[in-house]
Design a protein around this ligand. Structure first.
Ligand code: TYD
Ligand code: MG
Length: 451
């Protein structure tokens, strides 16, 4: 009797191996291979759109893509101005963060002008209706389909031809062509591919909800990222009411644009001026705190960075960050030792960006170092001081983008002292503000000493 053939599929990247291994040879993730029955899937390589002959780029009549505004200004901002005809958006995020709430609100606002469809594979019609009532969307007329079979969903999409459809969520769908369980990499990929093909052919704008965290704890986020046009992630601390939507990939707009919402008892409300959200409300001067003027997409954002430096109890001191890159911190501590003469090799260092926000830009370097030094010396920085600037391996403080706008925003929020890269100094300093330009880390430390 021949043994049934099985293969091993990586749950992170979808790569396959014929034998079990501890590490996926494709994406190097550990313990991600699971046994699956080998299946001869359908032909995967059908082109997304019908191809003609070769054209010249200059002769292509590129249409300006029509945007469908979602009615939520912050959502439109991350999308790059609204949904795009035939565009496919993946909205990822932890369970319970507010994906269904956001999309129901958006569909309700759009249903007045566009033909919509909400496909729920997760919740019953009752549950969706209850949520709509809770959100006060009683007069919005949203067509609802509760279905998890891909073939049935595609048939409905073809028959109804909605301009915008939401699939909540992609992990619950399955296609009859594959035997594996819903949520497995093969199913998620096949369903997403079929839906994307349909969107491109029909012009329906699609939003796929994915229960995926940025770490990719659940099936196939990386697989999906390649298929769709736009990848958005919902972030934020479920303990606080603020929710951020960040664009990681956008074929129709800028990436790293940030949409800011507050979760209220009547759904998500956009926050149009988020720049002061991530400042701790404490007005005392405490050691280890420094405000950075960060820039998220097109908006400046002031974020308090907190550091705690404490003598290490073990020979391997800990470097822990929340909302910042731990490798960047390790590098900055080395620069601090080598070019600032402050040694932290026998100290535990913890750094936190207040409010659950993630800061990816190197412009936070200077503020991180100031917070660390302030905690190390147990000496608070002035309450009205903010800083920004990238710190290089040579101990130099490098200029960052949009210096002028950062200074303006800091002035608007009442910061009277700013430490900034010298090369970022504008000709005109905002009124009521003193700006100290520094070219090296040593100069920044000297400035601290003179405070
Ligand atoms: P939900 O949108 O279902 O999250 P997801 O689809 O991402 O899993 O629910 C988000 C959470 O928000 C849920 O725990 C309840 C809460 N919530 C509010 O605080 N206010 C509201 O108006 C609604 C509808 C939900
Ligand atoms: Mg949901």
């Amino acid at each position: 009797m021949s043994k049934e053939k099985t293969i091993y599929v990586c749950q992170a990247c979808g790569g396959q191996t014929s034998k079990w291994q501890g590490q996926c040879p494709h994406c190097l993730a550990w313990n991600s291979l699971t046994e699956t029955a080998a299946e001869s899937g359908p032909a995967r390589f059908r082109p997304l759109a019908a191809t003609g002959g070769i054209q010249r780029l200059t002769e292509v009549q590129a249409r300006e893509t029509a945007r469908l505004a979602t009615g939520l200004a912050e959502f439109d901002r991350v999308l790059g101005g609204g949904m795009v005809e035939g565009g496919v958006v993946l909205l990822g995020g932890d369970p319970g963060i507010g994906k269904s709430t956001l999309l129901l609100q958006a569909l309700a606002a759009m249903s007045a002008r566009h033909k919509t469809l909400y496909v729920s594979g997760e919740e019953s019609a009752d549950q969706v209706a209850l949520r709509a009532r809770r959100l006060g969307l009683t007069d919005a007329d949203i067509p609802l389909l509760t279905e998890i079979r891909l073939e049935a969903i595609l048939a409905t999409l073809t028959a109804e031809r909605p301009q915008i459809a939401v699939i909540d969520s992609i992990q619950t769908l399955y296609t009859e062509q594959l035997q594996s369980a819903p949520g497995s990499v093969a199913q998620v990929r096949e369903c997403a591919q079929s839906l994307t093909r349909h969107a491109k052919a029909s012009g329906t704008a699609l939003v796929l909800v994915g229960h995926v965290t940025k770490e990719g704890a659940l099936a196939g986020p990386r697989v999906l990222e390649h298929i769709v046009d736009t990848v958005l992630y919902f972030e934020g601390d479920t303990a606080s009411s603020f929710r951020l939507i960040r664009a990681f990939k956008n074929r129709f707009g800028a990436v790293n644009e940030l949409g800011v919402f507050a979760m209220t008892d009547r759904g998500l409300k956009g926050v149009a001026n988020p720049s002061a959200l991530f400042l701790a409300r404490d007005t005392r001067e405490v050691p280890g705190s420094c405000v950075v003027v960060a820039q998220e997409g097109t908006r400046p954002l002031l974020v308090e960075i907190q550091a705690l430096v404490d003598s290490a109890a073990s020979p391997n001191p800990r470097r822990l960050t929340v909302g910042l890159d731990p490798n960047r911190l390790a590098m900055l501590l080395a620069v601090l030792h080598r070019h600032g003469g402050i040694a932290c090799y026998d100290q535990d260092v913890f750094v936190n960006a207040v409010g659950g926000v993630r800061i990816n830009e190197p412009a936070a370097d200077l503020a991180v170092l100031l917070a660390v030094v302030s905690s190390f010396r147990n000496k608070p920085l002035p309450h009205k001081l903010a800083a920004f600037g990238e710190v290089g391996l040579g101990g130099e403080v490098r200029p960052v983008q949009r210096g002028q706008e950062r200074l303006k925003e800091a002035a608007k929020l009442g910061f009277s002292q700013v430490l900034a890269p010298r090369a970022n100094l504008p000709r005109q300093i905002p009124a009521n503000m003193s700006v100290q330009g520094v070219g090296t880390l040593a100069e920044a430390l000297a400035y601290l000493r003179d405070l």
